[in-house]
Design a protein around this ligand. Sequence first.
Ligand SMILES: [Zn+2]
Length: 243
Amino acid sequence: MKITRQKHAKKHMSFYKYNFQVREPFQLLLDGTFCQAALRNKIQIREQLPGYLGGAAQLCTTRCVLKELESLGKELYGAKLIAQRFQVRHCSHFKDPVSGSACLLSMIQDGNPHHYFIATQDQDLAKKVKKKPGVPLLFIIQNTIVLDKPSPKSLAFIQAVQANQLVPEHQKQSLKQLKEKEGLGKEEKEKRKRKRVGGPNPLSCLKKKKKVQETKQPPAAKKKRKRKRSRAKLQPVQQCAEA
Ligand SMILES: [Zn+2]
C-alpha cells in the first residue's frame, strides 16, 4: 500500500514539476482543518512531507487562517499551536481578515504564481482548488497524507497548452525575454549602425577641423577676411553711384 502511494505521489509531483514549474522547496499553504486532522491522526507533518513529496517543503499559512483558528477557541487550540509554527505568508486581507478558505483561494489566484500547494480537509475549498489548474492538493485520509491526482482542470489546461491553444504565464514571460533578446536587441544594433553611417560623427569631425584651423590662424588673418567681406558688399553700391 505504502509503496503504491509513494509511486502515485512521485508521478503526480513530476506532472506538476514538468507542467507547472513546481520547484523545491515546495510551498505548502496549510489551513486549520489540515492541522486538526494531522493532530488527531498523530501525523508529524514536518517530518513526513519531504519524504512523501520527494523534496524539501516549506510549510506556510496566512494571518487569516491563524485568526480563524483563534476565533474558534479551545477545540482548535492544538491545531492553532501547529499552524503558529508555520511561516506566515502575506495575504491581501491585512486590515479585514477573511475566512481561512477564502484567504487560501486568494493566494492561488492569477495562475498560482508562487506555485503553492493547498493542504486542507475542507471539501468545499478542495473543490474550488480543483477548478484552478496547477494547484497541487494535499489532504489526510485516515492516518496518511495524500497528494491528490492532478484535477481534470489541470489536465485539460496542459492538453490545451500542448495544442497551442493557451500559453502559460511562465512561457509568456520567457517568450517576452526571448523577444527582447532577439527582436529588440536587433533594433538597438540597427539604431547604433544608423548613427555611425548617418553621420553626426563626420559632421563633428569637420567642426573640430575648422576650430583647429581657426585657432592656428593668426589674429591678423581674421581681420583681413572681414575687410574683404565689407569691400565686396560696398562695391555694388559704389558702382551704382558712379553710374
Ligand atoms: Zn488573508
